[in-house]
Design a binder for this molecule. Sequence first.
Ligand code: PLP
Length: 499
Amino acid sequence: LYRQIYEGYRAAILDRRLRARERLPSTRSLAEELQVSRIPIVNAFEQLRAEGYLEVRRGSGTYVARTLPDRLLKPRPISPPGASDRSPQPAFISRRVKALLSGRFGPWLRTGGTFNIGQPPLDHFPIRVWSRLVATNARNAEVHFLHYGQHMGLLLLREAVADYLKSSRSVSCSPDQVMIVSGSQQALHLAAQVLLNPGSPAWFEEPGYFGTRHALTLAGARIIPVPVDDEGLDVSAGIAGGSRPRAIFVTPSHQFPLGATMSARRRLQLLDWARRIRAWVVEDDYDSEYRYGNLPIASLQGLDRDSRVIYIGTFTKLLFPALRLAYVVLPATLVEAFIEAKRATDLPTPTLPQLVLSDFMREGHFARHVRKMRVLCRERRGALVRAIRRELPFMQILGDPAGMYLAASLPPGIPDREICEQAARDGLRIAPLSECYVEDSPRAGLLLGYGGSTVEEIEAGIRRLREITEPVLRRDTSATAGKRPRIQPRTRGLGTRTG
Ligand SMILES: Cc1ncc(COP(=O)(O)O)c(C=O)c1O
């Protein structure tokens, strides 16, 4: 009642239905009129008086304040809550955020659905073990864990991460170089903020990860797309382009989205070039644990003799995306700068999930889970590859057998975005490859996640995809017969190895 009376009067004043100096009824008469007690009315008037909408004159009554500047009062009614969703374009937003808004957020980026590229096998996550560790840690939380945590993250977790990275990813680091962050997206933002000025050139894999592009856009960096082939980033093409990047962002273990593994030759060439021009290299190692053909590829960071590589890894793919825990391994010289940037961005990452995760790792659940996930994802990938070959033989599977999604190319000229939009209406979260390109004339293809989908869902999904794709294919191949296709592959020598 109090809130209704308060909001009713405030809206009437702002809409000028009640004018300055107008007298309000007494609280007693209003209570009688509204058939309510005086208390909510007195409280509402008191609140309006405290906020300067009303003034009380002793012995005379309550009035609409004289001091409200007429020209600031709105002639139109106050919008109901939620109406802002429908309001016109805001008067001013920064150019950088406008650039983000113009990047179309397709339905394939929503959570859930078959073929979602970012979803691990959540149905196999040991939720009971995790819940037990959450409960134990919450119950036993000491008071100092309720304070802000450490800016680098919980030491216990940093030690566990450093041990894991040394043994499984050939990363050379001490826990002092490991910073725990709230997802690798935060790590990419921090890297962009720390390593680049507005306008600084940064190499970006073409096609590449939209999350990296967003971080570079928000930092105001000058994004320089460098083509990718079946050996990963084409360093020679980048050098030939004539730019001198301040930072180079790469996904060498499993190139996003084409799936190539960067060859040893390219790794050495990249590190050598970075050393010569004194550039930083940001290695996004987002799903390297998932390899099905051979052993995990050693990190680029482990090859670096010059402390130029910033290594990023995440728990999103190994555990679950909502955990929002990831890590950055920093050259010692960058630790202080990253701490300051993290402090300025969001202060330390929450402590309780870090306690739970360090127990999860220390008690051996993590290693066990990763082994299980690898077997399961290999099985799901196999089912997807077989279904594509059977139902969609015109698609070519790209990249190495690794990760939790694969890219498959469509014949030139086929509008991949249209297919993905149609598929999304049936709950298939397939992403268009063309969206991963910065420049025009991208290659057409589809990104299909298999980690979070069962074999049955994969098979049914591919059958449905065939029904969606075939009419588009018939329409577009007959329309473009003899003409230049609408979408043309731009990059030369793209990975065409099948897995
Ligand atoms: C290339 C790449 N990097 C990083 C991530 C993970 O991001 P986060 O740790 O913020 O969940 C993803 C997730 O899809 C990815 O594809």
